[in-house]
Design a protein around this ligand. Sequence first.
Ligand code: ADP
Ligand code: ASP
Ligand code: MG
Length: 411
Amino acid sequence: MALIVQKFGGTSVGTVERIEQVAEKVKKFREGGDDIVVVVSAMSGETNRLIDLAKQISDTPVPRELDVMVSTGEQVTIALLAMALIKRGVPAVSYTGNQVRILTDSAHNKARILQIDDQKIRSDLKAGRVVVVAGFQGVDEHGNITTLGRGGSDTTGVALAAALKADECQIYTDVDGVYTTDPRVVPQAQRLDKITFEEMLEMASLGSKVLQIRSVEFAGKYNVPLRVLHSFQEGPGTLITLDEEESMEQPIISGIAFNRDEAKLTIRGVPDTPGVAFKILGPISAANIEVDMIVQNVAHDNTTDFTFTVHRNDYQNALQVLEQTAREIGAREVSGDTKIAKVSIVGVGMRSHAGVASRMFEALAKETINIQMISTSEIKVSVVIEEKYLELAVRALHTAFELDAPARQGE
Ligand code: ADP
Ligand code: ASP
Ligand code: MG
């Protein structure tokens, strides 16, 4: 008998009918003899609706109160699913994060899980009950409700699986696995049978929102067997694994990730003296703004141009800080651009293949897409381009790295 944690996302519990379907599915697993812990998200659209309500009161809602409110979305779905199971003769009980005691730090809206009390869940499982736990939420040491950041139910699922030493954590969603890129953007994208934790972590960090980044971090750290599956279609899904098989067919690139979350800032005509990077980025980091990509160009007149990207939410703030810095260090001008996108190719196969980056640049050049910034690591290459070319770039790279589904190639 196995212990399985099953997480169902927003669209999978988006209506009462779907919740009934999920209950049918859980019932079948239960009848197969496995112990089941289910984690659910709020109904799709509900978290956004609640945030919109808060924004009608204030542009910057008090984080603690926002958590009290957005956590209600998941409280509704756990109760509905438990009712649907009980109606089918399956003993079940629902718990909020607080009731389980999913202890987090106090960073409201982006809390981290510190500890999970497994006692209640274990005794319910022992008594033959299916345990339904609210995703996305926890409680801090002072008893305040916290939430884990958007997409945080994935992390609840994986963290519970780690705490309970479950045999598998199954993430049920509206796609039948992890694809080479977002199938909504590239219909020729292919499902991957397997992807390594390392690659999945890069994909998630670089914009593939199929799994929340922290859930992948957690799964890697505690070696939780993790699988992404379709909620209502049969299939093997995608296994996130530790092993990096060395096979002849191993593709160089496993996937392409992209995001529109960043904005670019440039400071020009900066006197090029030692410490200039620190003078520019020190105040940005002091303002608690994270910098992603950085490029510095030196001109003939002993000045330098310095460009970097930040999250779009931090753009206005960063611009103000940079303008102040420009005045202080005597730079010529400051400019910014929010209409950029970042496209990244990811794959452990890159380690053993040369020329991957130039193949990427060639494919983009063929489409006359200008590359504004580049950054590389051992298993990824990212470029910043104009936002309007994003989809074209992703499709071109998908083809260039031979990721298109064979049956549909040339369509
Ligand atoms: P849930 O509500 O179940 O948590 P999400 O919307 O968070 O679902 O994640 C599933 C979505 O992730 C898919 O509908 C798909 O559009 C998107 N996605 C982005 N990149 C990928 C990828 N590489 N593979 C699969 N899905 C992806
Ligand atoms: N309901 C939350 C959100 O929409 C958490 C989740 O779905 O994972 O972000
Ligand atoms: Mg999600």
